[in-house]
Design a protein around this ligand. Structure first.
Ligand code: CAA
Length: 246
């Protein structure tokens, strides 16, 4: 069998980079999208220095037309996409009574509507080929809510609703659809939280530290394994014990 092809959206970010690295090391052909040319140039060099080859395609996941073009460009170059990790995400934290419409829509468009934009042009091919793996990277805050994140928590909770519906519709086509819900990971996104607020958050984590991006990437690979073929519609919460709801 030829190597599988994966698209990891937001692959140049903190968690995204770890997922890209793990998948590439498994022999999977990996592509990611990007928005910022300069940042991506430096990122590509960092990957190349580690011997990791990644196809990078310019495209904003909040734009449905750009996503169609991005998927076509990847499939033309690498072949049909077998594995999709909907990982791209942003925050615009503020309490709801101060939140602007733009802060709401930016987050919903990039974190949730992107799942439609990116998955829609890929799913038909997966159904025709009768194999696919789709993983949403949601968040602990989609499960428990978070002061200052009505937009983000709503989008992240929506991602799991998307997962469990797609899982039902596509099971008979050999496609599994699952969610990973990371807790607070030591990425730029979390480091942007004011230090005193972050310290209080870390104090609530039973395992006493922020997570590592690779601890999330490892969870993603679980869902890709053939031995996980009976796992669909699941949500794997990885958060150092910060939230243990089920
Ligand atoms: N519970 C109760 N009260 C809280 C609170 C909480 N968790 N957090 C803040 N407050 C209170 C403060 O004590 C303060 O109270 P007083 O006014 O009585 O002193 C008040 O809220 C501050 O409210 P403001 O309206 O002034 O808030 P703000 O506009 O300054 O916004 C904030 C503050 C943006 C919410 C800031 O506290 C913050 O950044 N919090 C962290 C949000 C967060 O966890 N983001 C996660 C980012 S990483 C990520 O999203 C990745 C992932 O998936 C985990």
């Amino acid at each position: 069998m030829s190597a599988r092809v994966a698209l990891v959206t937001g692959g140049t970010g903190g968690i995204g980079t770890a997922i890209v690295e793990r998948l590439a090391k498994m022999g999977i052909k990996v592509a990611t999208n990007y928005r910022n040319e300069e940042k991506t140039k430096a990122w590509r060099k960092k990957m190349a220095d580690k011997g990791i080859e990644v196809l990078t395609v310019k495209g904003d996941v909040s734009d449905p037309e750009a996503c169609k073009a991005m998927v076509k460009a990847i499939e033309d170059k690498l072949g049909p996409i077998d594995i999709l990790v909907n990982n791209a995400g942003i925050t615009r934290d503020t309490t709801f009574h101060k939140m602007t419409y733009e802060q709401w829509t930016d987050v919903v468009n990039t974190n949730l509507n992107a799942c439609f934009n990116v998955t829609r042009p890929i799913i038909e091919g997966m159904r025709a080929r009768k194999w696919g793996r789709i993983v949403q990277i949601s968040s602990i805050n989609g499960q428990k809510g978070q002061y200052g994140q009505a937009n983000y928590a709503a989008a992240k909770a929506g991602m799991h609703g998307f997962t469990i519906s797609l899982a039902q519709e596509n099971a008979k086509f050999g496609i599994t659809v699952n969610t990973v819900s990371p807790g607070y990971i030591g990425t730029d996104m979390v480091m942007a939280v004011p230090e005193e607020v972050r310290a209080k958050i870390v104090a609530q984590i039973p395992l006493g530290r922020l997570g590592e991006p690779d601890e999330i990437a490892y969870a993603v690979t679980f869902f890709l394994d053939d031995k996980a073929a009976w796992v669909t519609g699941a949500n794997l919460a990885i958060n150092g014990g910060h939230y243990m709801g089920w």
